[in-house]
Ligand binder design. Structure first.
Ligand code: C2E
Ligand code: MG
Ligand code: MG
Length: 670
């Protein structure tokens, strides 16, 4: 089961968390400062009001007992339950639309506070003459009495007024109000009361307030600096996190972060993802220097970015790889874009010896049968890029090309992994079988030799042709294990057949060109053959034609040594692609194997025949014998016999066969 590794999502909201925390802290500080000031003011005013209320209650008690209350020197009013005046002394300056209730149990609370207060209840009405209540207005109802007074003191007596008052010799501020006391007979007595607020205490309060504000200001500035600093740091880190150190452009993290939402958002648009890579980039860096290599990458980055729109993305991801995401009209447009990217990059790297490979994956628009565009909820940019890379990996080495992804490529990749994983156990369990394909003299039909060809009899995957696994092993540098395996098995078979008294003929073994990178290859071959005690002349080494182009000197040296040890050396697949006449001149080979391609197609092709005849003549004059591969028809055999070809290896005579069958052919040859 494929487990999807969760990518780290890069979130930008951390900065908002900081700002939110900052604001919350500020609010808490301000509220705390206000509460402190308010609490102090309440503590200052509350006892004064209580005293006044108590005084009014006392006057009411006296009045109930029939006493003359004029001695108190307070303006007062008595009203009946309907609110009609019974008596009035002084002027009625109550502001009846605002009132506050005093309950002997609960203290003060606003008139519309829920829950009926228990008796006795006293109501306080502001006096019209007090500036303070004039300012308070409706806000008194529903508020805390003391808080209203405090906020009003602050509002009316601002700093300058307060200073002027104090400087003008005023020590107190008079705050008049009326207290309503319900009487036993159902009437209500209103007594004009008032409190003197100590201005110096208010001034102290103001100082306290100012200190609180200063502290608040300092904290505010400190936190503001902190927030700005974290924003700057965040931006710097973000830039660093998304910048490619080589090109200075965007990097892979950016591609992941921006690419996926971009494609998901534009579900009705087709996108193409390209994976651009450079073959032989490391060689270029090795021969020149890393800085030069990086300069080339910068130029590619710039050239590609010039070719795409601002909303498209191009990033350098690793070594010489670039990931490109572009919006395209359709698949055909994507193909055009990959071709123009190819020529752009090829222009940049011209003369460097590097080769461009581009893999392409198209993100098509998903629609229902009725043509409704479906969301791309499952779109994974990493997987899409991997597909583009898989397409790129399918491009053969040495060719500058763009390749389009298809599902078979994934299967191929999977198979590649399976082969590599199973190779060691397959060798240990002898799952590889040596098949022999005889070579015959076309003139006499006698057995002249054979080629050893590998087959994989896998208990899991069945009977497999070498085409299924040899190219994979070559690509992954694991072919040498097969070469050793085949060589030792062939040498052992030959020894056994010799011991059985059979007339053995030379058997050629394919040795991969990668193997020639090992300087002691001839000695390895000699030792493997000697370990079986097989005469060297019964083993022939087949080299594929392309092998001759790697390191000529090393190749020449290896061939000479192999020949020195008594092995025959042949060139396989001659004429299958590379013009190797030059290598023919230089390499002291024994056998030339003409590629099956010469004999495919039209048998009456006169020009083809001339080429074959001349190739055979050329080989002869260089003292080489010739083998024609892939011969299936009698006419071909006759033609080759007439052309003096030494041997024929093809289905006409025999297909590759197991050792036991080949053994019988040798018997017949005796
Ligand atoms: P090759 O070395 O050129 O081998 C000749 C291929 O042509 C063989 O395919 C053989 O079966 C096939 N062939 C021979 N006669 C005819 C014919 O008349 N008609 C047709 N259609 N095909 C014919 P095979 O055995 O599938 O091997 C394919 C290739 O795999 C070989 O080409 C060789 O490059 C590689 N290979 C096979 N065995 C080994 C091995 O043990 N080591 C290495 N390194 N490569 C091997
Ligand atoms: Mg061969
Ligand atoms: Mg061949």
């Amino acid at each position: 089961m494929s487990q999807k590794i969760k990518r780290v999502k890069l979130k930008r909201n951390r900065i908002w968390v900081t700002i939110l925390l900052f604001l919350l802290t500020e609010i808490v500080i301000v509220l705390f400062a206000l509460m402190m000031v308010g609490y102090s003011a309440v503590m200052m005013i509350k006892p004064l009001i209580y005293n006044e209320v108590e005084e009014a209650v006392k006057i009411s008690d006296d009045l109930s007992q029939g006493a003359d209350i004029s001695s108190y020197g307070r303006d007062h009013i008595v009203t009946d339950p309907a609110g009609e005046y019974i008596s009035i002394s002084g002027e009625d300056t109550r502001m009846t639309d605002i009132n506050l209730v005093y309950d002997s149990d609960y203290g003060f609370f606003s008139a519309d506070k829920e829950g009926a207060p228990s008796a006795p209840v006293y109501t306080i009405y502001p006096d019209r003459e007090a500036d303070i209540f004039a300012e308070v207005g409706d806000s008194v109802n529903g508020s805390n009495f003391e808080t209203v007074i405090i906020s009003d003191i602050v509002a009316v007596y601002n700093r300058t007024t307060l200073a002027n008052l104090i400087n003008g010799g005023k020590r107190t501020m008079y705050l008049p109000f009326w207290t309503a006391v319900p009487m036993d007979d159902g009437n209500t007595l209103y007594v004009k009361s008032g409190i003197d607020i100590d201005l110096s205490s208010v001034a102290e309060l103001m100082v306290l307030m100012r200190i609180a504000l200063i502290i608040f200001g300092v904290i505010f500035v400190f936190m503001l600096i902190n927030v700005i600093n974290s924003i700057v740091t965040y931006n710097r880190l973000t830039r660093l996190f998304f910048t490619d150190p080589v090109t200075g452009g965007r990097n892979w993290n950016w591609f992941l972060l921006k690419g996926e939402p971009l494609v998901r958002r534009h579900r009705g648009k087709t996108y193409a993802i390209f994976s651009i890579g450079l073959e032989k980039y490391l060689n270029y860096c090795l021969i020149n220097c890393n800085a030069k290599g990086e300069k080339v990458l910068c130029e590619i980055d710039m050239a590609v970015r010039q070719q795409i729109r601002r909303q498209d993305i191009c990033v350098h991801c690793n070594t010489s790889d670039f990931a490109v995401l572009v919006k395209v009209r359709d698949g055909a447009d994507a193909r055009t874009r990959s071709q123009s990217l190819l020529s752009t990059v090829e222009n940049v790297i011209a003369g460097t010896g590097m080769i461009t490979h581009i893999g392409e994956y198209t993100v098509d628009v998903l629609c229902t049968e009725r043509g409704r565009v479906l969301p791309r909820n499952n779109f994974d940019i990493e997987a899409a890029y991997n597909n583009a890379r898989t397409a790129r990996a399918s491009i053969p080495a040495g060719t500058a090309r763009a390749a389009l992804f298809d599902e078979e490529m994934v299967e191929q990749r999977r198979w590649e992994n399976t082969v590599l994983e199973h190779l060691s156990s397959a060798i240990d369990n002898s799952e590889f079988i040596v098949y022999y394909q005889p070579k015959y003299d076309p003139k006499t039909d006698t057995l002249m030799g054979a080629e050893a060809l590998i087959r994989w009899q896998s208990p899991e995957f069945g009977f497999l042709s070498p085409y299924k696994f040899i190219p994979i092993l070559e690509e992954n540098n694991r072919i040498t294990e097969i070469d050793h395996y085949m060589l030792s098995h062939v040498a052992a078979d030959q020894r056994r057949w010799l011991d059985m008294g059979l007339k053995c003929v030379p058997v050629s073994v394919n040795i991969s060109r990668i193997h020639f990178a090992e300087p002691d290859l001839p000695e390895q071959i000699r030792d493997i053959v000697d370990a079986c005690g097989t005469p060297h002349e019964l083993i022939e080494i087949e080299l594929t034609e392309s092998a001759f182009f790697d390191d000529k000197q090393a190749m020449l040296n290896a061939i000479s040594r192999l020949k020195g040890y008594g092995f025959m050396v042949s060139m396989d697949d001659f004429g299958s692609g590379y013009s190797s006449l030059n290598s023919l001149k230089e390499m002291p080979l024994d056998v030339l194997k003409l590629d099956a391609g010469f004999f495919r197609g039209d048998t009456s092709d006169e020009r083809g025949k001339i080429v074959v005849e001349e190739a055979i003549k050329l080989a002869k004059s260089l003292n080489m014998r010739t083998v024609a591969e892939g011969i299936e028809e009698k006419g071909q055999v006759e033609f080759l016999a007439a052309a003096d070809c030494d041997m024929i290896q093809g289905y006409f005579y025999a297909k590759p066969m197991p050792g036991s069958e080949y053994e019988k052919k040798m018997n017949n040859a005796e």
